[in-house]
Structures are given as C-alpha cells and as structure tokens.
Design a protein around this ligand. Sequence first.
Ligand code: 0O3
Ligand code: SF4
Length: 318
Amino acid sequence: MEQRKPPLTLYLAAPRGFCAGVDRAIKIVEMALQKWGAPVYVRHEIVHNKYVVDSLREKGAIFVEELDECPDDRPVIFSAHGVPKSVPAEARRREMVFVDATCPLVSKVHVEAERHHAGGLQMVMIGHEGHPEVLGTMGQLPEGEVILVETVADVSKIRPRDADRLAFITQTTLSVDDTAGIVAALKARFPSIVGPAKEDICYATTNRQAAVKAVAPSIDALLVIGAENSSNSKRLVEVGRAAGCRYSQLVLRADQIDWRAIEGARAVGLTAGASAPEVLVDEVIEAFRARYAVTLDVVETAQENVEFKVPRVLRGPA
Ligand code: 0O3
Ligand code: SF4
C-alpha cells in the first residue's frame, strides 16, 4: 500500500515568471528563425535562463558573447538586456542584418541617460558591476560619463565633476528597498541630483518582489525558479530572506531542489524570475506532488496586462 504523503501547502506568488520584455525577446528569436532559417546568432543569452536558451538552440539559434564571434552574412539578435552603442555601430559597419531585442523599458533608461547627458548632467547609475544591462546602459554614453554605484557605501566615495550637475538612473531589476536606500543617500549627498520621473525599476521587478513579501509571512521556505546569472531572480531570493524567510533558495528547475533542506516544512512559497518559463513552475509543483499531499494556494498581489509589440516584419538596420 502506498505510504501516506505528508500534507504541504504550496503558496504560489502571483505575478511570477515571464515579463513582457522577456516574452517579446523570445518571440523575436523565434520569428527570426522562421524568417531567415537557421542559424540565427544571438549576442548573449537572449534572457538569463538555460531552459529558454537550450530550447532556442535546438531550433537553430547560436548564442555568442560578442559580435566578433558572428559571421557577416547571418542575422544577429541583441539580447533583452540591451547593448552598448558600439555594438549596433559595429554591426552596421559590417553591414550585418541585426534585430535589437532590448526590452523597451531598458531602452527607456538608455534614452533618459542620453537626455541628461545632452543637457550637461553627469550620470550616476545604480546597478551591479559587469551585468550586461549595466554595460549596455553605461555604453550609451562616452567612456567615463557614467559613474556606477552598487551600495550606499559607494555613494560617499564617488567624485563627480560637479556635485550640482548630476542625474541618476538605475538598472531595471534591482531590489526596490535596497535601491530606495541608495537613492536616499544620493539625495542626501547631492541635493540637486535629478532622478527619473518614474522609477527605472520596472513594473515586473516591482510586482514580483511585492508578491514575495505577501507570501513570506505564511511560509517556512521559499523557492525561486531562476538562474544564477539572473539579477531579478536573485533579488527575489533576497527579498524573501529580508521578509523573514530563513530558507530562501534559487533553483533552476525541480532537480535542483534540496528536499532535505525543506524537510519538515508545511508551507512553501514558490515564485519564478522574469526569465523563468511557467513550464518549470509546473515541473516543480509536480515534484512536490510526488512527495507531499499538496494544497495549492495562489497569492495574487497584482494583475499584469503589459504587452510589448513584436515587430511583425523583422528587418535589418534601416
Ligand atoms: O537582468 P536580469 O539578470 O534579471 O535578466 P533576466 O533574468 O534575463 O530577466 C530579464 C530581465 C531583463 C532582460 C533586463 O531587465
Ligand atoms: Fe523589461 Fe522589466 Fe522584463 Fe527587464 S524585467 S525585460 S525591464 S519588463
């Protein structure tokens, strides 16, 4: 006779998983493969998720880190995180066909940076050093024009040209709470610093963090489906921990769950980063069902209806 499974409630955070920018970027690669056939090159992981990247690779996408790894005569797509200006410039010089899958909300930050720079302000960017979005955004302006800060402590170290002529922008996937602290430190040190009219942290990042905060009081453990190189996913793990969840863990998919670590838990929270497909959430739920008598409870803190248009006809550069 089958042994009785222990009861466990799975609290599903909502919203979770794919955002509009990720959805659009993946569709762009799929449409490019349809239009031009394989291989189509993609500069950097289109989004930071191995499952997504492997699926597109199977369809004929070739992922590279730099443009010089692509031949001149095949189309190349730039990832959702954005690219420095030098990248499309080089693609044009080589007369390559390219499609920019940068999320429109990342492009919005690029435009902000350019606007402030044109108005004579030096930029401060809040973000994580080396992250492709940060490299892309900083690369909208000439070298040295953007000062990067990662922490409150960094704010006291920066030496701008003119303390009265500064503006700041942020990476779109940061912790809402940590960023508020850094912005407060910037405003305290540079009272005339100009900020974005509305947050640079995007709606998807904000909503996924709020949903984690809402489930945190009910759970013994939190699992975040996402990849190690996914900034927004890692922030969800931190938000869970900061909200009181002692076991808050990133997993790529079900086979990475440390079942011993959650032994004894009766309520587990589940969410997914903006680049993690829902099929992996389903896979994790099934893995729980195999071990526990699962009750599913959806905790919804917002409804999302953002959609970004995919160009119907993909073209190369004008
Ligand atoms: O920027 P992040 O590492 O979170 O990137 P992901 O995991 O690919 O998620 C999509 C977010 C994005 C393209 C930039 O905002
Ligand atoms: Fe765009 Fe936000 Fe998604 Fe990044 S996380 S791709 S900024 S919607």
